[in-house]
Design a protein around this ligand. Sequence first.
Ligand code: 13P
Ligand code: SF4
Length: 288
Amino acid sequence: MNTVEKIKKLKEEKKAIILAHYYVDEEVQKIADYIGDSFYLAKVASQTEADRIVFAGVEFMGESDAFADCPMAHMITIKEIKEMREKYDDLAVVCYINSTAEIKQYADVCVTSSNAVKIVKALPQKNIFFIPDQNLGDFVRKQVPEKNVMTNYGHCPRHTNITLEKLNEAKEKYPEAKVAVHPECKREIVEAADFVGSTSAIIDYVVQSDAKDFIIGTVDGVFAKIKELAPNKELHTIMDVQVCPNMKKVTLEKILDVLENETNEVILNDEFMQKALSPLEKMLELAK
Ligand code: 13P
Ligand code: SF4
């Protein structure tokens, strides 16, 4: 039996499902039961009746593989949140899902890139401390001008690496191409794009568009789904390399090991879990 066959067999035996983010390698996406953006995967995880969930993503998604970590998840401290709470009576702490479970305990609501604008708009508070991604926070600030959106210094190294100079070069090379980027990119990139959205939204935009050529400002893992749904599209990256090294750590061998030996189980104590769960549940409710 090869690795894929072993995974399929164990998955059935152990009543497990595999959830994969679009940024993991194509071969891992192929064995997944559900592939999606962070919001979709969070929803599937909260609704499944499976006995086990194997999360093929970075640590914050399942708090599972400590070696496949998202650096942005650690770019905010509890101290910073407490200081902001002391400063403002009327404050909502809005926590991007790319954060640790420990930080989520101190948040009012979680968001993903696909629902951040909608959720911030729906909050009763005027003052918003948006953590830990300053670029997604800035995107929200522009879309929700009636709120006072404050951010901290956090960012995704993969998306902030994307430069306007390189984007302009790509536009010159492919003048017919539409530009679709993730809101984790810097403001100048977002402003120069035709479309800004989550990984799922970018895929939908490209697949449904009449255009043929696209310059994509996010991790190139999204190319696999686009190629499957719309093989005739021409996809170009902005930078020479647009990979998330953390997501790349998820391999078929590691998934097999998790299923076979039941390694990397996430164990959170009840009190901790309840506190971290509350802003996630609020997100699911407000995003409806
Ligand atoms: P999405 O929620 O758009 O899938 O993004 C997750 C992520 O990590 C982007 O870098
Ligand atoms: Fe984290 Fe950036 Fe990788 Fe997304 S692309 S998981 S934000 S490091």
